[in-house]
Design a protein around this ligand. Structure first.
Ligand SMILES: Nc1ncnc2c1ncn2[C@@H]1O[C@H](COP(=O)(O)OP(=O)(O)O)[C@@H](O)[C@H]1O
Ligand SMILES: [Mg+2]
Length: 137
């Protein structure tokens, strides 16, 4: 487990570390309270990839596509069976990083069982900064 403390100005250090750690395709569970900085990290990744803006998914309101290689899901209040019924699960087969907010442990276990590369980034406020704890599952 890697721990990085970063302010908003230093968030690129987290992105750099993820670039080294993560394979081309990965599912990243973003864990942390409301306003801990989950969306901010995803946006920093997009920016580092040179992506200008997010594009709303043509298919799913729970998914934002940044470009072909970066996807962002907000699963707040989404049950696993609902997730499956929507067909969102198949999105994970697309090459790229899949950033998941509010994914629960049962979804994580399922994805691990299905052979995906799963990582968890836990974000915790610390003074005016954030502690990012990064691990491979
Ligand atoms: N590394 C950081 N250091 C300081 N403030 C941060 C950092 N990351 C995010 N924030 C701030 O935290 C607030 C909430 O961020 P947001 O990404 O919307 O949270 P979440 O998606 O977890 O609800 C924003 O005001 C953002 O500027
Ligand atoms: Mg958010």
């Amino acid at each position: 487990m890697k721990e990085i403390i970063a302010s908003l100005d230093e968030i690129d250090s987290v992105v750099t570390y993820l670039n080294k750690l993560l394979p081309t395709s990965a599912i990243v569970f973003l864990t942390g309270d409301l306003a801990s900085g989950k969306t901010t990290l995803t946006k920093a990744i997009a920016k580092a990839k040179g992506i200008e803006s997010e594009v709303t998914s043509p298919t799913f309101s729970l998914q934002q596509c940044y470009d072909e290689n970066l996807f962002h899901y907000d699963l707040y209040r989404i049950e696993n069976d609902e997730f499956m019924e929507l067909g969102l699960f198949e999105e994970f087969d697309k090459e790229g990083w899949h950033m998941v907010e509010w994914g629960d442990e049962s979804l994580k276990s399922f994805l691990l069982g299905a052979g995906y590369d799963v990582f968890t980034v836990t974000i915790e406020p610390f003074e005016e900064k954030r502690i990012y704890r990064i691990e491979k599952n």
